[in-house]
Ligand binder design. Structure first.
Ligand code: 4NP
Length: 163
């Protein structure tokens, strides 16, 4: 089984993308036919080395996912060759990633919310400046997107194994 490498990306790498990483890692353990390696990063350098926001840690802990050991890092150019997928949380993240994406890079760069478009443009709203409730909304949105994304990966994997 081929390992599929996924990088989740937001602005600060302390709220949305660490949560997306934890949710995808948890989803991978529930799908026997799926071997995922997941990491996360931010387009900005504000929070390098920091743990996820305590509100993200709590929102994920409430569904049994522990993201407390993660440490924020910034996206680097090498990520575009290492990862198979780079998934952006919002349109700004996607634009910033496109601006540094090398020509002919390996990774498929997409909006994560494209796999469950419950909000405009498939964006995962940034909960950083809001209350804790926003982190629960974020987690639920990420869980739905993750289901759609994993289903997509499984279908692509099925197709390639039939070739
Ligand atoms: P994230 O949220 O991009 O989901 O990690 C944010 C975290 C920090 C800031 C903005 C958004 N900030 O401005 O410091």
């Amino acid at each position: 089984m081929k390992t599929i490498k996924v990088l989740t990306v937001c602005l600060g790498n302390i709220c949305r993308s660490p949560a997306a990483q934890g949710i995808l890692q948890a989803a991978a353990t529930q799908h026997k036919g799926l071997d995922l390696q997941v990491d996360s990063a931010g387009t900005a350098a504000y929070h390098i080395g920091k743990s996820p926001d305590p509100r993200s840690i709590r929102a994920l802990s409430d569904v049994g996912v522990n993201i407390s050991a993660q440490q924020a890092r910034q996206v680097k150019v090498e990520d575009f060759d290492y990862f198979d997928w780079i998934v952006a949380m919002d349109a700004d993240n996607l634009a910033n990633l496109k601006a540094i994406q090398p020509a002919h890079s390996h990774a498929k760069l997409v909006m994560f919310g494209a796999y469950h478009t419950s909000v405009a443009l498939g964006e995962v709203q940034d909960p950083y400046y809001g209350e804790y409730d926003g982190f629960v909304v974020m987690r639920e949105h990420l869980q739905r997107i993750s289901e759609g994304f994993v289903a997509h990966l499984m279908s692509v994997d099925q197709e390639s194994s039939c070739l």
